[in-house]
Write a protein that binds this ligand. Sequence first.
Ligand code: MP5
Length: 207
Amino acid sequence: MKPTDLLERHASLWNGAVQHPFLEAVREGTLTTDVFAAWLVQDYLFVTNELTFVAHLLPRAPRSDQALLAQSIVSLVEELRWFEEQAEQKKLSLNASPHPVTASYATLLKRLEQQPYVVAISALWAIERAYLEAWTNVAPGHPSYRVYIEHWANAIFAEFVTKLEQSVAVALNASDVDTKLDVEEAFLDVARLEQAFWEMAYSGAKP
Ligand code: MP5
């Protein structure tokens, strides 16, 4: 099994994770301020949890993946600063409660910490790949959102996602059948939560 087999096998679920009316509205510039703010605030919380997840993954990583994960940790710390700057410009408070979808994502990340390395790194690849595809699909997009689109739709981020995919491929090669099933389950969980995350913001649901 290759990482891209998961994308092909679950193409319709995956499309739901990377294509959504929220993203169409980013392309067209038709989102309301509240909807975008809801996404921004919850995504900040998500990235905070993602940082903990990756920081806990690094000590379990094979020697060959350490540099990539260390780089990811630095990027996540910088990304939190970037979110704080965006929120400040929009006069938004980031001191919000997690929406149930954000909380479910946090629960998944915690659960993955108890799973074999290959399952966790595969989930990280799916998480990053989802945002790469979602934002690249709507590039160049509306000028109001260009700073966000370019944050994920860029060559450096694409290269990072490719390196993660290579790490997943290596780890999958050394995995038994049962572990591969767990990888697939984690991939499905990520795909479902990615879709739910867009839906949460778009439907304007308050935490
Ligand atoms: C990412 C994200 C990508 N920011 N939010 C969700 C809900 N899924 C994936 O992670 P990163 O660290 O911003 O590249």
